[in-house]
Structures are given as structure tokens and as C-alpha cells.
Design a protein around this ligand. Structure first.
Ligand code: COA
Ligand code: NAP
Length: 274
């Protein structure tokens, strides 16, 4: 989709978006949408090589890019990445907390270390990003967007760790909306449904077309999501079109949540077992 057919290409001109986990997948799609709409972009992740490739793509769309290797669990590394972004691009207007980890595992087999790894990356990592970006967001009266998931509000088999982390993220989102509204900062979440050709879907067994077909019965709109579906929601929530929206979880899943998680959870369990 050419987003500039629907929104002006200078919508975010002179503004800066910082996306954690922006080196791949849905988060890179969001970074690209910001770039296409005129923003300069900061991204972080653990793999410098992956960030380098993503930065080249974003520069190809006209953005000036700062790409810094930082693990969101390492507060000082994240602070340094955000400082570097401020000094090279200016203060951050839009923070997207997208870095996450996932693997399917039955709760009774999950180690405390496995549970902690996901909660640390998703929840603590999101708090770290918000905390480290606060001064910049206060200066710009900016926005925060959390990348949540259906597991936040529906229990999924094999996803106890992810559900706990994403539910925590959405409550953090509401708290920040409440506390930071007085600084003009808006805070919202997007919960993607199953998005095709992504690492997250691959990990839940949804890599191939045959598995997609099994998933479709769980999705009222009858198709897998696209990265662009999430990017479009992200830029809408960051834009002045959403200037009175804060504390909201926007579900972008083709209606997949409506029958509850059971059909999707069964499809995932079947796909993971092979
Ligand atoms: N099943 C069960 N437990 C697992 C696991 C799996 N597939 N993969 C990792 N773990 C456990 C490990 O055993 C370890 O627990 P322990 O300390 O009790 O032994 C813990 O998780 C941490 O593992 P480690 O490999 O050290 O974590 P990491 O910090 O290097 O990586 C992950 C984090 C595990 C989330 C990894 O999958 C990752 O880097 N994911 C990022 C990409 C991703 O998940 N994308 C999809 C986003 S939706
Ligand atoms: P992805 O490509 O693996 O994206 C995750 C990104 O986070 C990667 O770029 C990864 O880069 C980075 N990351 C992981 N751990 C990190 C850490 N400790 N510190 C910094 N960066 C880290 O997966 P995706 O499927 O596109 O998922 C993106 C987001 O969408 C996630 O928040 C996920 O929960 C959410 N989501 C996805 C789906 C889906 O269908 N795919 C559905 C619902 C929600 P490095 O490995 O280089 O660090």
C-alpha cells in the first residue's frame, strides 16, 4: 500500500520517531511508514547487522536514520541510544515500544528464566524505553505506542509468559496515559492479530500457506494481517487525527479476538506440533 495516497508525505516532517526492535518485521514496517510520511527515525535492537540493513531501507525512503545496538533490558544502553538520537536528529516525538521475544512453551515446562526473559524484554524493556525517552517526549508533547498482542486480553495456550508481559504492557500504557497526559504526552497500544511473513507468526507455527489456511477459520475477515495493517494504525495514533485519543488499546486483527482465543490457540497448537 502507498500510504502517501492517503496521508500527506510531510505529515511528520521535522519530527523524529524512535522504534525499539525497529530492525525487522512489524516494527520495521512501522518505521518505514513514519519515514514515508517525512519523519527521521531512530531504531535499536541487539543485532547491529540487522539494524544496518534496516537503516539502509529507511534511508532509501528519505529518512535520516540513527541505528544503535541496544538491548532494551539494558537501561543505560537504551539511554545512550536515545541520547544519540536526540543529538543527531533532535528530540523524539514518537516512541514505539516494539521489541519483544516469543516462543511457544507449555506453562508446566516453562522455566522461571524463560518467563523472566520474555517479561524483561517486553514489559521491563517497554518501561525502560518510556522512562529513558520521557524528557524528550515532554519537550515535544509526544506520543508513545506499545505493540501489544491478543495474548494481553485472551489467554492463549503455550503463551503464559507472553500474555503476562503484554497484559502488563497495556496496563503500563494506561498508567502513562493517566500520568503523562498533563505533559501533553499520549499513550496507546496496538494489538496486532496474526501478521503474515513475520518472525512472531513463524514462531507460533504460522510460517507457510498451508498453516495460514488453518488459521483463516479463526479470522472473521478471512485473511492474515499484513505488516502495513499495523503500520497504518501506528501512524494514525501518532498523528493529529488521534489528538484526543489516549489510554486506548486498538485491536487490529481482522476480528480474530471475537470468537475468543480457542480457535486460534488450537490452530497454533496443531501447527507447533506439526
Ligand atoms: N522454550 C522454552 N524455553 C526457552 C525457549 C524455548 N523455545 N527459548 C529460550 N528459553 C528459555 C531459556 O531456556 C532460558 O531460560 P533458563 O535461564 O531457565 O534456561 C531463557 O528462556 C532465556 O533464554 P536465552 O536464550 O538466554 O534468552 P535471550 O535473552 O538470548 O533471548 C528469547 C530471548 C528467548 C525471547 C529469544 O527467543 C529471542 O531473542 N527472541 C527475539 C525474537 C522474537 O522472539 N521475535 C518474535 C517477537 S513476537
Ligand atoms: P521480530 O521481527 O522478531 O521483531 C522483534 C524485534 O525486537 C527484532 O527486531 C529484535 O531484534 C528486537 N528485539 C528482541 N529482543 C530485543 C531486546 N532484548 N532488545 C532490543 N531489541 C530486541 O517479530 P515481529 O513478529 O515483527 O514482532 C514485532 C512486534 O509485534 C512484537 O512486539 C510482537 O510481540 C508483536 N506482535 C506480533 C504479531 C505477529 O503476528 N507477528 C502478533 C501480535 C503482536 P534483535 O533480535 O536484533 O534484538
Amino acid at each position: 500500500m502507498d500510504i502517501t495516497s492517503y496521508l500527506p508525505s510531510d505529515l511528520f516532517a521535522g519530527q523524529v520517531a524512535f522504534i525499539t526492535g525497529g530492525g525487522s518485521g512489524i516494527n520495521l514496517g512501522i518505521a518505514k511508514a513514519f519515514a514515508e510520511l517525512g519523519a527521521d527515525v531512530g531504531i535499536c535492537g541487539r543485532s547491529a547487522e540487522r539494524l544496518e540493513g534496516a537503516a539502509a531501507e529507511l534511508e532509501g525512503l528519505g529518512a535520516t536514520v540513527v541505528a544503535e545496538a541496544a538491548d532494551v533490558r539494558d537501561y543505560e544502553a537504551l539511554q545512550a541510544a536515545l541520547e544519540s538520537t536526540r543529538s543527531k536528529l533532535g528530540p523524539v516525538n514518537h516512541l514505539v515500544c516494539g521489541a519483544a521475544g516469543n516462543f511457544p512453551c507449555p506453562a508446566e515446562e516453562l522455566s522461571p528464566g524463560g518467563f523472566k526473559a520474555v517479561v524483561d524484554i517486553d514489559l521491563l524493556g517497554s518501561f525502560n524505553a518510556c522512562r529513558a525517552a520521557f524528557d524528550q517526549l515532554k519537550d515535544t508533547r509526544g506520543t508513545v505506542l506499545f505493540i501489544s498482542a491478543g495474548m494481553s486480553f485472551m489467554p492463549y495456550a503455550l503463551q503464559a509468559h507472553v500474555g503476562a508481559a503484554k497484559a502488563g504492557i497495556d496496563q503500563l500504557m494506561r498508567n502513562l496515559a493517566l500520568e503523562w497526559g498533563r505533559f501533553g504526552i499520549r499513550s496507546n497500544s496496538v494489538a496486532p492479530g496474526p501478521i503474515k511473513d513475520t518472525e512472531g507468526m513463524q514462531r507460533l507455527g504460522g510460517g507457510g500457506e498451508d498453516v495460514h489456511r488453518k488459521f483463516l477459520s479463526a479470522i472473521p475477515l478471512g485473511r492474515m494481517g499484513e505488516v502495513d495493517d499495523i503500520a497504518n494504525a501506528a501512524v494514525f495514533l501518532a498523528s493529529p487525527l488521534a489528538s484526543y485519543i489516549t489510554g486506548t488499546l486498538l485491536i487490529v486483527d481482522g476480528g480474530q479476538n471475537l470468537p475468543g482465543s480457542a480457535p486460534m490457540a488450537q490452530a497454533i497448537a496443531a501447527a507447533v506440533k506439526g
